[in-house]
Design a protein around this ligand. Structure first.
Ligand SMILES: Nc1ncnc2c1ncn2[C@@H]1O[C@H](COP(=O)(O)OP(=O)(O)OP(=O)(O)O)[C@@H](O)[C@H]1O
Length: 226
């Protein structure tokens, strides 16, 4: 038995139905253990974001299976159980998507912790997550509109970590940031995943970022796209 936190076994995806169906992801296999990071690279349109969505449990695969912490997560016929959703959290290119615009960062994180873990007192989790994400605590009481891009991305990392996931999926998390901010956000991402033993799946076009991961998996474009 594998002790990987995330197992992606021969997972493929199709967009569209009937005559419009097109393969969006060729069969892909990878494993990530606790504290490891895997960079997913490949040409534009190869299906990297589609793979991220499948691992996040947002869409089922067309074939294959995803396992999280040794248990089935999703298959062609099933999406993850609502009570296990906490186990895989995401950080996207647009951090504002993780927050309710009229709420403070703290309130959005509190709601996520309550919804995903059932815990009503999130204060300790939020403080720890902000520290892990290198987010100054005073920024927790602002809305995303009052944060810089780098601060908002650190807040999104804190939101994801506050529910203590087994797997963190980061899809191009720094592509909207300037190089210096991108480097500091990445430092927070790698350090927090390693410190908490979270398996990190990182979709990136940036070779420097990929080189910092434990391994790189290259997605090949489905045959019809080549
Ligand atoms: N909602 C959708 N409906 C139909 N086809 C889609 C949809 N989303 C993506 N696709 C197609 O699926 C394929 C994979 O897209 P995906 O966004 O996963 O690629 P990617 O590797 O992440 O690309 P990029 O590096 O440009 O972000 C592409 O051919 C894309 O056009």
């Amino acid at each position: 038995m594998s002790d990987a936190e995330l197992t992606v076994a021969q997972v493929s995806a199709v967009h569209g139905r009937g005559g419009r169906a097109r393969q969006a992801l060729a069969p892909t296999t990878l494993e990530i253990r606790a504290g490891e990071s895997v960079a997913v690279v490949g040409p534009s349109g190869a299906g990297k974001s589609t793979l991220a969505d499948i691992v996040l449990g947002l869409r089922p695969p067309a074939s294959g299976e995803v396992r999280v912490s040794g248990t089935a997560w999703c298959t062609p016929g099933s999406l993850p159980d609502r009570r296990r959703r906490r186990l895989v959290q995401g950080v996207s290119q647009d951090p504002t998507a993780s927050f309710v615009p009229r709420w403070t960062i703290r309130r959005s994180i509190e709601q996520a912790v309550r919804r995903l873990t059932g815990e009503t007192d999130a204060a300790d989790r939020i403080r720890q997550a902000a520290e892990l994400a290198h987010l100054s605590p005073e920024l927790l009481d602002r809305r995303t509109t009052a944060l810089s891009g780098g601060q908002a991305q650190r807040a999104a990392i804190a939101r994801a970590l506050a529910v203590r996931p087994a797997v963190l999926v980061a899809d191009e998390p720094t592509s909207a940031l300037d190089p210096a901010t991108a480097r500091s956000v990445c430092a927070a991402l790698f350090a927090s995943a390693a410190e908490t033993g979270t398996a990190l799946l990182l979709v990136t076009h940036d070779p420097e970022l990929a080189a910092r991961c434990t391994r790189t998996v290259r997605i090949v474009a489905p045959a019809q796209h080549r």
